[in-house]
Design a protein around this ligand. Sequence first.
Ligand code: FPP
Length: 248
Amino acid sequence: MSKKDQIDKNKLPKHIAIIMDGNGRWAKGFGKFRIFGHHNGVTAVRDTAEAAAEIGIKFITLYAFSTENWSRPKKEVDALMELLVDTIRKETPTLQKNNIKLASIGNMNDLPAKCQIQLQETINATKNNNGLTMVLALSYSAKWDMVNAIKSIATQVKNNEITIDDVNDQLIDKHLSTSEMPHPELMIRTSGEQRISNFLLWELAYAELYFTSKLWPDFSKEDLYDAIYDYQQRERRFGKTSEQLNSN
Ligand code: FPP
């Protein structure tokens, strides 16, 4: 029986964040260049988005390119940018068919013009879709986002628009690039690495972390269902005791 049938549809995470890791190692296993792994990673992106949409997840955020990834060899960075443009263009009809809205977080100004234009085009084309929202984290790092949020809050204080006492959790949420989405309840990382790598540091405060040794290009719909099922078996206590939770 597929894990899909064992998932409680009333207890789905609204938002799943994913660190897609292991493309390079996957390619190496076939004696190929790293970009071969990234190309095959696109199939896993498609399967994951389809599975998430089918089951009723509202948001997935994919860590597609971090601020730190700019320091990879130029050849790999260029190939990844090409792949992003191509994939977003080719997959736009599939996004429409599956009622998926595309969104992005990160420093878009860093991306090549071609990439910014294609991204904006698909974001506009899918903006009325109301199924799953697929957020691509591009030229993103949580520290970058937090620095911007702090600068923007400091400016408001300086201009007397708010006072220091107005600064709280909710205000910080509003100044992050993720302000339009709920915090992820589940974070998945593939490839056996067990790190957060500057991804959604604020938003993952209470997320359940799920690590799998599968390399990203091998990640399938069934793997996503396994992760959701595993999440549903956990007790999310948010600092309370188990007894307190069970008496409510
Ligand atoms: C990490 O594997 C993967 C990336 C940095 C890029 C992810 C990109 C894709 C899956 C392709 C396009 C995606 C979209 C959303 C259109 P790695 O290179 O760090 O692998 P390694 O740890 O084995 O070296």
